[in-house]
Write a protein that binds this ligand. Structure first.
Ligand code: FAD
Length: 396
């Protein structure tokens, strides 16, 4: 009987893993990908949609090629539960899929219990996160369009770790770039639960003073504890309430719900601990977890680029294990994270990580990586090239 791999989630981690299990096994392993969305919509570049510089269509890629070119069976459904003993998953439609190895890349879900007001009827449709690319991304831009000139956009950032460390500061730039042209009397106010800007600090501060003087205000050490969605009011642990024209709230995050309810989120009931050689869960055999859902090694960001690298490392390990071989012992991977500071100018941060056998974790390679010296349009071209290439690597 041919080995069966089921992949849960067709995002940066899951789509990559599904394609590469097929490639690395010369199509010798059957792969089923379960994903509820009809198309892949990218979080990277989605801040450009929020700022009105791109449309949702520009960041949407179909799943067709995974089936047509690579023989992945794509099932449009949600996985509701996992039976680790029987090695099956149950889908929302009621169907059951058997697996020899399960690969889970469900991304993040939000800890709404930490913001009680967000659980009131309609609150989550009014105060948006737009931290999963899709309808909320376009809806947030519509809210900005409806804001009167002189109105305030407030962005609340949770304590790290969260999906995409530089993402909120890029979003502030994109909203400010829109205000600068369309609503010059409006303001962006960032409320950060962290003590300081956690990524590319100098580069963002320079962009704010070069392009958005007086337009962006940054307030660190503001931990959000509740939201009154009816009045767009943010409530903080120690500071005064703030009423915004548009409130954009990034709640605390943890591994996607399926991982949490399956008992895989062993680190503070938030993130899934894995063996970095294989991405096999430390809590359940034959289940591999990757992408944003995992408890990361220090200095490894929760990024799409990282999830793509996890996908390949995990695929190689799963193919080896199913073929009765030892998995590769020296994973080495890179991360590059581009951020748009204007519609055209971009900055990046890069790093290289390798497996350390003694510590059994990923460590940063000394002297590797670095930061842009300044924002540039050339890096803007690189950023678009990065996106097109990684989408092709996952889905073409
Ligand atoms: P995802 O890509 O979110 O995929 C998870 C998938 O699982 C989803 O498609 C979901 O529908 C599916 N799913 C969930 N539960 C189930 C279930 N029970 N059954 C079936 N399917 C399920 N990263 C970068 O590298 N560069 C950037 O420039 C960058 N910019 C960003 C900007 C923003 C605004 C944001 C929000 C993020 C950005 N990121 C960036 C981070 C990047 O988007 C994430 O790190 C990446 O998406 C993680 O991949 P993943 O596979 O873990 O999750």
């Amino acid at each position: 009987k041919r080995p069966q791999v089921v992949v849960v989630g067709g995002g940066y981690g899951g789509a990559t893993a599904a394609k590469y299990v097929r490639l690395f096994s010369d199509n010798g392993i059957d792969v089923t990908l379960v994903e509820p969305n009809a198309n892949f919509v990218s979080c990277p570049l989605s801040n450009l949609v929020v700022g009105g510089h791109k449309t949702l269509a520009d960041i949407t890629v179909p799943y067709d090629n995974l089936a047509r070119r690579h023989g992945v069976k794509v099932v449009r459904d949600m996985v509701e539960s996992i039976d680790a003993e029987k090695r099956t998953v149950k889908l929302a439609s009621g169907a059951t899929l058997p697996y020899d190895r399960l690969i889970l890349s469900p991304g993040i879900d939000f800890m709404w219990n930490t913001l009680p007001g967000m659980n009131k009827a309609g609150a989550q449709d009014k105060v948006l996160h737009a931290w999963k690319a899709g309808p909320q991304t376009a809806a947030l831009h519509e809210q900005l369009k409806a804001l009167p000139d002189g109105g305030t956009y407030a962005l609340a950032i949770p304590l790290a770790p969260y999906r995409c460390p530089p993402g909120p500061y890029e979003r502030a730039c994109m909203v400010a770039s829109y205000f600068k042209v369309a609503k010059p009397k409006s303001k962006v106010v960032i409320f950060d639960a962290n003590d300081d800007i956690t990524s590319k600090k100098g580069l963002f501060l320079k962009a704010w003073s070069d392009h958005y003087k007086g337009l962006i205000e940054y307030r660190p050490k503001h931990k959000l504890v509740d939201v009154d969605a009816a009045t767009n009011t943010l409530k903080f642990e120690f500071n005064d309430d703030f009423k915004a024209g548009v409130a954009n709230v990034l709640p605390d995050m943890r591994a996607g719900a399926i991982a949490v309810k399956s008992g895989l989120a062993t680190a503070n009931a938030r993130w899934c601990e894995v063996d970095f050689l294989t991405f096999e869960s430390k809590a359940a055999k034959n289940i591999h977890v990757l992408g944003d859902a995992i408890q990361i090694a220090p200095a490894m960001p929760k990024s799409g680029h990282m999830a793509n690298q996890h996908g390949k490392t995990c695929a190689a390990a799963v193919v080896s294990l199913l073929q009765g071989k030892e998995p590769p012992q020296q994973p080495l991977y890179a991360n590059t994270c581009y951020s748009f500071v204007t519609a055209k100018e971009v900055v990046h941060v890069a790093s290289v990580h390798r497996y350390d056998a003694a510590q059994k974790t990923m460590v940063t390679v000394p002297g590797s990586g670095g930061l842009s010296s300044a924002a540039s349009e050339l890096e803007g071209a690189y950023a678009l090239g990065w996106a097109n290439n990684i989408w092709a690597d996952m889905l073409a």
